[in-house]
Design a protein around this ligand. Structure first.
Ligand SMILES: [Zn+2]
Length: 164
């Protein structure tokens, strides 16, 4: 657990912010003290959520097609890293091979049967897939945007990062 001192950007109170680890106090926020963040949360509870990300199981691709696309994207990424190895100003994602890790399940009867859990973005749609190396089980899900008012899926979820 890492705790640091922060100053609330609204009321100016100095408070402890728990950056990581379990057991964070309720209304733990990096920019607002407990009291201000509680007020923000109470206010936002009255504003309905209009859109949300949902995972939809699909069969857009077979296991073999996904494995092939993963290989293609890895080759492109490795080539980009090689092309930029001498460029000091290249962005970090072109200097390091960064992949997200998802915790897999374990086959306790046969440890050589590995569970692969990863994601891949194809044509602006993010897919999460899971399969076992020794069985045919394959689960493919995609991140989609749900319009909460109409309850309709309106397209792939677009991740838009806010910059501060
Ligand atoms: Zn405050």
């Amino acid at each position: 657990m890492i705790e640091i001192l922060r100053r609330c950007i609204h009321c100016g109170t100095v408070y402890n912010y728990q950056m990581s680890g379990y057991g964070a106090p309720e209304y733990n926020h990096s920019q607002y003290c407990k009291l201000c963040y509680e007020k923000i949360c109470d206010t936002l509870k009255k504003v309905p959520v209009k859109f949300k990300k949902v995972l939809i199981e699909c069969n857009d691709y077979t296991k073999e097609e996904i494995i092939e696309k993963v290989k293609e994207q890895e080759a492109i990424r490795k080539q980009a890293i090689k092309d930029n190895e001498n460029d000091e100003n290249a962005p970090i994602n072109l200097k390091l091979n960064i992949t997200r890790i998802y915790p897999p399940m374990w086959d306790t009867n046969d440890p050589s049967n590995r569970n692969i859990v990863e994601d891949i973005t194809i044509d602006n749609t993010k897919y999460l897939y899971s399969y076992w190396t020794k069985t045919d089980e394959f689960i493919l899900r995609k991140e989609m945007e749900l319009d909460c008012e109409t309850n309709e899926i309106i397209g792939p979820w677009r991740e838009i990062k806010n910059r501060y």
